[in-house]
Design a protein. Structure first.
Length: 278
């Protein structure tokens, strides 16, 4: 952005700014509500941006792949922040974007709701779910119960491939600097230790909590400085799982999650104190 160079205009313009024949500035900007404001002279016109404009569809989607393609595209856009919390997701707009009927769209939205990425609100329909907020303590208390049971059931059934996968995720976490990939690797490590639990409904609930944490860490991990301590916990968890020390492994997981909830609640408290609205 650059100051407008027209002598009568003290506003800010973008590269697309031009002068019309009457020497009246025309420029574009985003207002606080993320609406595109087209200004010409003293007249402003607000144009709502399409929230799905960040999703690119490069080729026609085959009918048998539609649900999975839509689900994956939306998941990626939510996880990397292109679809912010609270964004309404319209079935008709999605169906038009991907060139499909509403049936695979509804199925994809149901899957994302089950994963905790979307929630249904009255009068709005499906919206992008919020990140971890003040209820993080309750979320982690529930995670503690679910993940402890998943780990207890899974450890006796883990094989060498599971241990190798978990070790590879730890190694990747040691060198990865992309915070979005760090949060994903953290989720994959935990899933590698839980995946042999025979209760699939339990695993589905566990994955909802892990995805919620992944989204939060993508945008806040750098400020929280959790890396080295979390890695120590991961190495200990893997060592105990390899030794089939089920109770000790579950106890270590409890300590790991308690440290996480302490760090997150402290971080959220500091954010609230530093907020200009407080």
């Amino acid at each position: 952005m650059a100051p407008c160079d027209h002598w009568e205009c003290s506003r800010v313009k973008l590269a697309v700014t031009r002068f019309d024949k009457d020497s009246v500035c025309t420029y574009f900007e985003l207002d606080p509500n993320k609406q595109l404001v087209i200004s010409r002279g003293c007249a402003n016109v607000a144009v709502k941006l399409n929230p799905l404009s960040s999703i690119e569809v490069h080729a026609p989607v085959a009918a048998h792949q539609a649900r999975s393609v839509i689900e994956e595209s939306l998941r990626n856009a939510i996880l990397d922040g292109r679809l912010p919390c609270g964004t309404a997701i319209r079935q008709e707009a999605l169906a038009t974007l991907f060139g499909v009927s509403r049936m695979p769209v509804r199925e994809a939205l149901r899957q994302l709701e089950a994963q905790g990425l979307l929630r249904v609100e009255q009068y709005k329909g499906a919206v992008v779910a919020p990140l971890i907020e003040d209820s993080s303590l309750e979320s982690y208390q529930l995670r503690l119960l679910l993940e402890s049971e998943a780990l207890r059931l899974s450890v006796p059934l883990l094989d060498e491939q599971d241990f190798a996968d978990a070790a590879a995720y730890i190694q990747a976490l040691e060198v990865e600097t992309d915070l979005s990939k760090v949060s994903t690797l953290n989720r994959l490590f935990h899933q590698a230790l839980y995946n042999k639990a025979p209760n699939k409904k339990l695993l589905a609930l566990v994955n909802v909590g892990l995805v919620e944490e992944e989204r939060f860490l993508r945008f806040n991990l750098q400020q929280m400085n959790l890396g080295p301590l979390a890695q120590d916990d991961h190495r200990t968890l893997l060592q105990l799982a390899r030794g089939r020390e089920v109770q000790a492994c579950v106890k270590e997981l409890e300590l790991h999650l308690h440290r996480a909830v302490k760090a997150i609640t402290q971080y959220l408290g500091n954010q609230k104190q530093n907020s200009p609205d407080v």
